[in-house]
Design a binder for this molecule. Sequence first.
Ligand code: JFZ
Length: 397
Amino acid sequence: MTDAERMKWFHDARFGMFIHWGLYSIPARGEWAMHQEKIPAEEYAPLARRFRPRNFDADAWVGLAKEAGCQYVVLTTRHHDGFCLFDSKVSDFTAPRTAAGRDFIAEYVRACRRANMKIGFYYSLLDWRFPAYHAGPGKDPEGWERHVRYSYAQVRELCTQYGRIDLLWYDGGWVPWAEGDAKVNYAPKGDVWRAAEVNAMARQLQPHIVINNRSGVLEDYDTPEQHVKASDPGRAWESCMTMNDHWGYCAGDHNWKTTTQLIHNLVTCASGGGNLLLNAGPKAGGIIPGPSIKRMQEIGAWMRMNGESVHGAGRAPFGGNNLGLTTAKGSTVYLHVFYWPGESLVLPEVKPRIASAKLLATGGKVKVRQEGDRLYLSGLPKAAPDKADTVIALKVA
Ligand code: JFZ
């Protein structure tokens, strides 16, 4: 199988759902609360005795992703706090071995398969509970080796316990306070984590798997966080973003992006040949917050009418203008009009000949005239058919 064949589903998808859920969802102050509030591991651990998510329903989560038009989901199997949603032979700090008594990853995987959804595992290489993490490899090499072996073993468990997995979303590959650093340098350091070796094992166990760049080895794709930054043509990339300001559930965070902003982010990623991985942070009981559900459903309504301009689409041979962006797939260029101008609009630099144009959602005809490189579209509705993004499909001659 070529890399292009292995990556095809990722490029066809363009849109995935990220889910951050774990013990940190109980205090509901975001997934970094343990570190930022300097909660000692022994004080944090009893949260596992309270983690009994009666409302956990993997089919509901995966169903929401499907309804939104996502073609893959990435769920936190273990975040930096060390608590595993999966069964592990190298840790008792796991959902199956504490109050929950369930393997949530197994339930999630089964739900994805039922929904024909690609399966992604988020895995943090670092675990804040290891004193060696805080000391750094220079000061505690033996402790660091134990940590690396533990993470290596868990990657093997994730690659062998749940059947075929499609995506490995590494995180936490940085090394704190590398000698002389005044503050943490978040660049992942693959050599310290033996990442090339771990990833070779993962690929041997899961030959189809797609791996991100956060183990400190480039692997398959880049992961700009909370912003859109296209990688060079030919290099896959995926922007990961929150809907408010937190990845893990934060009860006090009401700073929600609008659905329009989220659709614009998705289209901006696709226009650069990249993906959007949009996050939801379920409450401790397993319920996804209402504002997240609303936004995913509204994005889904737009995707049902316009999804072909995103799924499998990428960079267009010409750009949009100050009113919107372009994506392209095959011989069609999709003009995404974010700011509707009324009955006509002009694209300034369109070298290819445009044979015809229509409103993608309704098939409504659009008049086309080209004078040199300027493309004139007219006969458009006075009011924006879609206030967030009206897509005009341009057939290239
Ligand atoms: C990391 C995690 O720490 C965070 O909790 C969340 O899971 C996010 C998706 O990934 O966040 C980062 C990672 C890297 C940087 C900053 C935040 N960085 O490189 O500055």
